[in-house]
Design a protein around this ligand. Sequence first.
Ligand code: ACO
Length: 318
Amino acid sequence: MIRARIAGVGGYLPERLVTNDELARTVDTSDEWIVARTGIRQRHLAGPHESCAFMATRAAEGALRRAGVEAGEVDAIILATATPDEAFPSTAVYVQAALGLATGFAFDVSAACSGFIYALAAADAMIRVGTIRTALVIGSEVYSRILNWQDRTTCVLFGDGAGAVLLQAAEGGPGIISTHLHANGGLAGLLYVDGAVGQPERSGQLVMKGQEVFRHAVSKLAAVVDEALSANGLTQADVDWLVPHQANRRIIDAMGRKLGLPPERVVVTVDRHANTSAASIPLALAEAVEDGRIRPGHLVLMEALGGGLTWGSALVRF
Ligand code: ACO
């Protein structure tokens, strides 16, 4: 049986670091409120040169380097983003060009904060059926461009960054065990960007009903965690690490408790990165693999919920 193995991980964070205190100088908020309600202490914000493609390329280069794979071996680049550099072409083709590639194919995936799980599921399916053997799956986001910096209910929550994994086909052994995707477009009004390119009458900014998103996140993520375990005949006790989407410390803690995992078995970056949407899971994964917490043999559960609403999970043996 062919499986998609995670052979390398990489991440990129913008140079500029912005603390809660710094934000509190321009918007009516405080470090105390942000930390208590979200767990966020700081975020990285992209400078003019740190485009979606630039950050994605840096993350992809890290994943290739750690996998010991040449860019020329990559068959597909699948990039999840809600903040592409242009409406078209995809940001993925700019990454392809920046890596010096003119072979294979590249496309973007739009599923907001669930984008990385969606992109991983697409790459996994193509590897399993033999369409491709090697894929870069990337999440890259520049939410600083779509935030209303006067709206304290949203602007304090997000950050910029990129993360990537290099997937390779392998016979049996470790790899992606299963992915589970969901969407309910009837809930689109809870979290969206108002407008698209060529609509100057719209704001182009993120709109969120935070409390309702929070409620859906806790119930839908709990269900998707159960779904992933029962689909594979596994129990909570089998999971070594939870690598959740990093939206809010309270949602992350609720999922850790749901799995019966001690806090030290849950990878948390929301305190330092804030919510980097599709980039948050691969960034967290890159950190925990690089510092040696996640090791070969470990079973890792990833889950995310975002605009759409979209949600899903991926169960991976390292
Ligand atoms: N600083 C100070 N006060 C604030 C701030 C702020 N930054 N933001 C809101 N407040 C105030 C509100 O105005 C309100 O005041 P009021 O009681 O006088 O009206 C009070 O704080 C409480 O506001 P709530 O919205 O009830 O706060 P809550 O505890 O629900 O936290 C939050 C808000 C952090 C947004 C939370 O609801 C949340 O995390 N929601 C989920 C977001 C999420 O998961 N998104 C995931 C997907 S993201 C994606 O897909 C792009």
